[in-house]
Design a protein around this ligand. Structure first.
Ligand code: ATP
Ligand code: MG
Length: 467
């Protein structure tokens, strides 16, 4: 009978074997570690490989040189050397035995001599397994990571309180893994999250952003967000979300905007057609954040959220800015939040062609996402209502298609360009030309193509009134 060690279950890419041989020849250990081992055991491939070694960074650089296409040393202060080997990104980190300065949160980088100590300072047991690639594929799993992985449970190698106090980012990583790996959180980890959540405030916005993006792009972002909200982590990094759990009004008629939001997110994800879409997912999460601030109770028990899309777009932009997302990204999410409600005007009275044109032009490249967001924004259990809404949106989409076919809506320009405006009016370049151009564009939006003769006479009329 042969015994299969878990290490044998980890497929080792040629890059890992090549690196392992180099380290063995130099008399050092090299282990595949962390997410790479976890993902391989889950049958997932990863595009980058993490290794750990007893060799110090300068030595690592020399050892990898013969097999690496390129190397990088951006993380060398933290003991990490990067190397491109056989087309794979490899990161090789010297064993660490950090001490944490709990004031500044900067780990004091201290190299260690033992693999087991290195594994102890990793975030979760399922990320604290190693397979030797310099030796005989020995599998090292001192904290029961394999069993926890099999049960789908996140546990910490040491006590979660100490681990999270050492590095609060690990708390956000827990929520992220719930979304990306479909695992759940052990009760003692959950308790530590609740107790230590406020400490997350010490982590830089950039690192928070990376984790939130990974969480949202995961397979189960709803579950990850629920962890954030339930533990209080969201109060620190995304307070707009827990704020949606508004108290019901006295008539019990209020809808739970938080539950609604999570359902809209699920529904938006179901409509994705080209893989996970971070813009759409953020827009779904943030689409109603303006509601708490705009809620008003009307006589008769009705509730309104007047202009919540305007307030919400502003709040969404502010949050994403605080999280240091790029401004083009913020614009896209903000604009989707801003536009998500306009369709309700379409339902109450059929839109004119000009309203349809404006919808398309205002959405611009976001139009396919706006369709998905608006269609998702219906969580009524009343099947007739839902069907009516969806049919109304179908008719809007087909009107857009008709207008597009007729007018190439995407490239709406006024009937006359700047040069024509100047030559018709006999004027040179200046602000007046821009104003005339805008006027003609507005007419074009309002009425469709004017034709040259009418455009020229409209221009002359405008000029007579405004020059
Ligand atoms: P992914 O690559 O999918 O983001 P990962 O688990 O590989 O997930 P990395 O950020 O690549 O995450 O980190 C590699 C490994 O380093 C982790 O598996 C874990 O062992 C360790 N690690 C990363 N960040 C931390 C942290 N903040 N605290 C402790 N250990 C960490
Ligand atoms: Mg990784």
């Amino acid at each position: 009978m042969t015994n299969t060690s878990p290490g044998d279950l980890v497929p080792l890419p040629p890059a890992a074997l090549a690196l392992g041989a180099q380290f063995a020849a130099a008399g050092h250990e090299l282990h595949l570690v962390g997410g790479s081992v976890r993902d391989a055991l889950m049958g997932r491939s990863s595009d980058d490989l993490d290794f750990t070694t007893d060799a110090r960074p300068e030595r690592v650089l020399a050892i990898v040189a013969p097999v690496a296409a390129t190397t990088w040393t951006t993380g060398i202060e933290f003991g990490t050397v990067g190397a491109q080997v056989d087309g794979l990104r490899c990161e090789i980190t010297t064993y660490r035995a950090d001490r944490y300065d709990r004031e500044t949160r900067n780990p004091e980088v201290v190299y260690g001599d033992s693999l087991v100590d290195d594994l102890r300072r990793r975030d979760f047991t399922m990320n604290a397994m190693a397979v030797s690639v310099s030796g005989d594929r020995t599998f090292t799993d001192p904290y029961g990571g394999l069993a926890d992985l099999a049960h789908g449970v996140l546990r910490t190698p040491g006590t979660p309180e100490e681990s999270f106090a050492d590095d609060p980012l690990r708390m956000l990583r827990a929520a992220r893994f719930v979304s990306t790996l479909g695992v759940s959180i052990a009760p003692e980890v959950d308790a530590a999250l609740r107790a230590l959540a406020p400490q997350l405030g010490r982590i830089t916005a950039e690192r928070v952003q990376v984790e939130l993006s990974k969480l949202l792009l995961g397979a189960a972002p709803r579950k990850g967000l629920e962890v954030l909200v339930d533990t209080g982590l969201a109060d620190v990094v995304l307070p707009e979300l827990p704020a949606l759990r508004m108290a019901a009004d006295e008539h019990g008629q209020h809808k739970d905007v938080y539950a609604h939001t999570l359902q809209v997110l699920d529904q938006a994800i179901d409509l994705e057609d080209a893989g996970p879409d971070l813009v759409l997912r953020w827009a779904a999460v943030l689409h109603d954040v303006g509601k708490p601030a705009t809620r008003e109770f009307l006589p008769g028990g009705r509730v309104t959220f007047h202009h919540h899309e305007v307030v919400g777009a502003r709040m969404a932009r502010k949050r994403l800015k605080a999280l240091r997302y790029p401004s083009a990204f913020i614009d896209e999410v903000g604009q989707l939040v801003f536009l998500h409600l306009r369709f309700y005007g379409y339902r109450s009275s059929e839109w004119t062609d000009s309203a349809v044109r404006r919808y398309v032009v205002d959405a611009g490249l976001l139009l396919p996402r706006l369709h998905k967001l608006v269609r998702s924004d219906c969580t009524t259990r009343n099947k007739r209502k839902a069907a009516a809404l969806s049919t109304a949106y179908d008719t809007l989409e087909s009107r857009i298609a008709e207008l597009k076919a007729k007018e190439e809506l995407d490239s709406i320009r006024p009937d006359l360009d700047g040069n024509e405006i100047m030559s018709i009016l006999g004027v040179g370049p200046g602000p007046l030309v821009g104003q005339a151009y805008k006027h003609l564009l507005a007419l074009r939006m309002e009425h469709g193509p004017l034709g040259r003769d009418r455009a020229v006479s409209e221009l002359r009329e405008w000029y007579a009134a405004n020059a």
